[in-house]
Design a binder for this molecule. Structure first.
Ligand code: PLP
Length: 412
């Protein structure tokens, strides 16, 4: 390259700004308003790019129409669809053995979309007794405001389910692994009893790495992606997957009601998903070990973990959870609330009290006063959610450290 001459000579083409030929005055408001356009690249990024964009530029009206009709693959407006949301929805559907998926602003957004898309006033639904507290609260809200009739059943008692199924029932809601007592729903038996009634499964605790409800005949599966799918405790997101037809109706409601997730959080969950199988394997191993360990600690009167023979669904767990039993366990200590308070203070630096789960670090929670506090006291107690019950969300730490931290506080 020669360096003759000087002054405002044109830059070599490789150094031209991509907007230079389109804008007459580069140091102008016009230029600023159009900033940020990437160069076309022949080497695609190794990690997925983040599409923080409200909308997508369209060639003409024909293209708008063809994308709208699904003839061309493209995007129009992020509330209706965005590459980061779509990549995550497609990966999740694939992992769950489902046909299609959609991501939502949170797990609660996912449940809202399912109910809005598929229920009408007067419809009846069967719901597992003791669902995640907010799910149950949302059902009660729908019962009060939209005329849905909610009937609670013990889904682990198949005779009770059999008696509750009749023609007015439009949907049955269960958790694959329940919160917080980690009971495992017998999905194939439920599908057989329900026949044409869609089974809708909250698969948050199991994740598709341990259980794929669609493979057992569930119609829809939903997640709080804020938990294991992301796995790093820094996101709010939800998802629904299932057969194409019911998902189409849910996608419509998501776009209509603005229940969509945003591109950044979808991107983060896609990032988390890449380590999901490793994390689920690790937390399952550690939790299994801690469940055994806790049974022998002073003042511990009950331990709930899917594989323990004391669980009434232990045989179901053995059949359905063949890849591991997950990272959630619950245990009850003598001394109720005061004792729990004392333990939580001791664990502040090691096993923090945090009303969420599935972080990379181990956290403890108190279902009686957090996830299930909306249930009347008698119902909580009848379910076995007592003031002394502690839920442990097992993380990725060295299990020996966790044993030490648990034991030293429990012995004190
Ligand atoms: C957290 C949670 C939800 C709700 O999901 P959000 O993302 O918090 O809205 C639903 N079900 C279960 C089992 C959960 O743990």
């Amino acid at each position: 390259m020669t360096h003759e001459g000087s002054g405002s000579q044109a830059l070599p083409e490789s150094m031209q700004h991509p907007l230079a030929s389109a804008i007459a005055r580069p140091q102008s408001a016009t230029f600023v308003a159009r900033a940020g356009q990437p160069d076309p690249i022949v080497t695609p990024p190794s990690a997925p790019p983040l599409y923080l964009t409200t909308a997508f530029d369209l060639e003409d009206l024909d293209q708008l129409e063809e994308i709208g009709r699904g003839v061309q693959h493209g995007f129009i407006y992020t509330r209706d669809g965005n590459p980061n949301q779509e990549a995550l929805a497609r990966d999740l559907a694939w992992l769950e053995g489902a046909e299609r998926g959609v991501v939502t602003a949170s797990g609660m957004g996912a449940l809202t979309a399912i109910l809005s898309a598929h229920l009408r006033p007067g419809d009846q639904i069967l719901a597992s007794r003791g669902l995640y507290g907010r799910s149950d609260q949302l059902l009660r809200h729908w019962a009060d405001h939209a005329g849905i009739v909610v009937r609670h059943v013990d889904v682990h008692n198949l005779d009770e389910v059999r008696r509750a199924v009749h023609p007015g029932v439009k949907m049955c809601l269960v958790e694959s692994v329940s919160n917080p007592l980690v009971e495992v729903a017998d999905l194939p038996a439920l599908v057989e009893i329900l026949r044409d009634v869609p089974l809708v499964v909250d698969n948050t605790f199991a994740t598709p790495c341990l259980l794929q409800p669609c493979r057992w005949g569930a119609t829809l599966v939903w997640h709080s992606g804020s938990k294991y799918l992301n796995g790093h405790g820094d996101v709010m997101l939800g998802a629904v997957v299932g057969r194409a037809q019911p998902i189409r109706a849910i996608r419509h409601v998501v776009a209509l009601a603005g229940l969509n997730s945003n591109p950044f959080e979808s991107w983060l969950v896609s990032r988390g998903l890449r380590t999901l199988s490793l994390r689920m394997q690790r937390v399952s191993e550690t939790a299994e070990r801690l469940a055994q360990f806790l049974q022998h600690q002073p003042g511990v009167v009950r331990v709930c973990y899917p594989s323990l023979p004391s669980q009434r669904t232990a045989a179901v767990a053995q059949r359905l959870l063949t890849q591991g039993h997950g990272g959630m366990l619950a245990f009850e200590v003598e001394g109720g609330r005061a004792r729990v308070n004392h333990l939580f203070r001791r664990w502040r630096q090691s096993l923090p009290f945090s009303p969420t789960l599935a972080d990379a670090r181990t956290t403890v929670s108190h279902p009686y006063d957090t996830s299930h506090k909306f249930l009347p006291v008698e119902e909580r107690l009848a379910l076995g959610i007592t003031p002394g019950l502690i839920r442990l969300s097992v993380g990725l730490e060295d299990p020996r450290d966790l044993e030490h931290e648990l034991a030293s506080a429990l012995a004190a």
